[in-house]
Design a protein. Structure first.
Length: 211
């Protein structure tokens, strides 16, 4: 089994590999996230999308990633497992493909600030992995994420002000973030390449406002 073979199978399901590392000498943990922009079409066509569940995306993720884990003879792990909850942010950094950004959100070397993880699979074998890659923020001109937030809920040197962010989203002034996604995440040059459709962005922001 190779990383390329796993990627091919994951992409056939609307997912992609967002990093991997060896938690033990004889095992490999693979992180899975949406393969954008194709992911949204796959999810919208799935039975979970029209369900009455409060978390249809979690249901979809568990079905799809659970199926991959069985085919790969591994064990699936999900961000919603817990408490205690799995350390997906720590795993992402261990993979060498994600880093802390200037505003303390995780930034991925390919997905930028729009990185997300739908689950992980621990494989009972050691797979060859690519080398770690440097943070894209090190060469980012102007670091636009540091000034993009209209209410300064995300800014350098300060913790994320979740309450201020949610108040803004619920206000008339928050329509742009609410309908098209977080301005800070969209400001990342790498995130532009993700081409996340507005309907998907609005779906995620609606879920965030429920928290």
């Amino acid at each position: 089994m190779s990383l390329a073979a796993l990627e091919t199978e994951a992409q056939a399901q609307g997912l992609t590999l967002r990093g991997a590392f060896h938690p033990a000498p004889d095992s490999t943990l693979v992180l899975l996230g949406p393969d954008e922009p194709r992911f949204w079409t796959r999810f919208r066509e799935a039975p979970e999308f029209g369900s009455t569940s409060p978390d249809p995306l979690d249901l979809w993720s568990k079905r799809v990633i659970g199926g991959l884990a069985r085919r790969w003879q591994g064990d699936a792990i999900y961000p919603s497992d817990g408490p205690p909850f799995p350390d997906f942010l720590g795993w992402a950094r261990q993979s060498g493909q994600a880093h802390a950004s200037p505003i303390n959100l995780l930034v991925h070397v390919d997905a930028g600030l729009l990185v997300s993880y739908r689950g992980a699979v621990i494989l009972p074998q050691r797979i060859a992995l690519p080398p770690a890659r440097p943070s894209p923020c090190d060469s980012c001109a102007g670091v636009p994420c540091t000034t993009a937030c209209p209410v300064q809920a995300l800014r350098p040197g300060a913790p994320y002000d979740v309450a201020a962010c949610q108040r803004h989203l619920r206000s008339p002034e928050g329509a742009d973030c609410r309908d098209f996604g977080c301005k800070v995440r969209r400001a990342c040059p790498l995130s532009v390449a993700m081409r996340r459709p507005p309907a998907q962005a609005a779906f995620h922001m609606a879920a965030f406002m429920k928290d």
